[in-house]
Design a protein around this ligand. Sequence first.
Ligand code: PLP
Length: 231
Amino acid sequence: MISENLHRVEEHITAACNKSGRKREEVTLIAVSKTKPVEMLKEAYQLGCRDFGENKVQELTEKYEQLPKDIRWHMIGHLQRNKVKYIVDKVYMIHSVDSFRLAEEISKEAIKKNVTVSILVEVNVAMEESKFGTTAENAAHLVEEISKLPNIVIKGLMTIAPYVENSEENRLYFAKLKQIYVDIIHKNIDNVFMEELSMGMTGDYEVAIEEGATYIRVGTGIFGERQYTTV
Ligand SMILES: *Cc1c(COP(=O)(O)O)cnc(C)c1O
């Protein structure tokens, strides 16, 4: 199943790149493996996946221990400050930095472990109350503040678009994130390397690619529906 799913996603990525005149190498597919067992991640790994996304610290660290070390782990979920210490030396990138206090904690723990952590600033472009992320208006300011912290490097922006039936409805949010990104590039802030736009999930990654995504985060489209056990 994973093999067929990956092929289909790959075809759609290529089509979206062709349609928008982009190169396939400009887009990295993150296999979002939250809630899925290690066996499924191993299968995806054998099929060539090296970028995996998780949204819970404990799940990420458990899977990290059991899987090959050349995997790039992406923390994509809301991160509590008291859990930063468990992942700073394990993640390739933290996509969900939405406050200065969280960034300070990442910086502090990164210094202790003698690593530099790549992060993205999460922006709630659609201004959904249920979602984390800084506002579009505050994004540049937050980037500038975080850029002064040691052992942390800002690589770009991330957003989680609303759940919609028709992915076209999210196009304006992706375009808006891209615009904020371009505005920040023009500010030439030291220690800020705007290279990545993490946007697009199973329902809307093609539109996100057309609007400039460099990371797409696909879970259901690769691993199938998630089952959340209710306690
Ligand atoms: C779960 C999750 C995804 C993947 O969602 P799918 O719709 O299953 O592709 C992407 N991004 C974030 C932040 C998530 O939490």
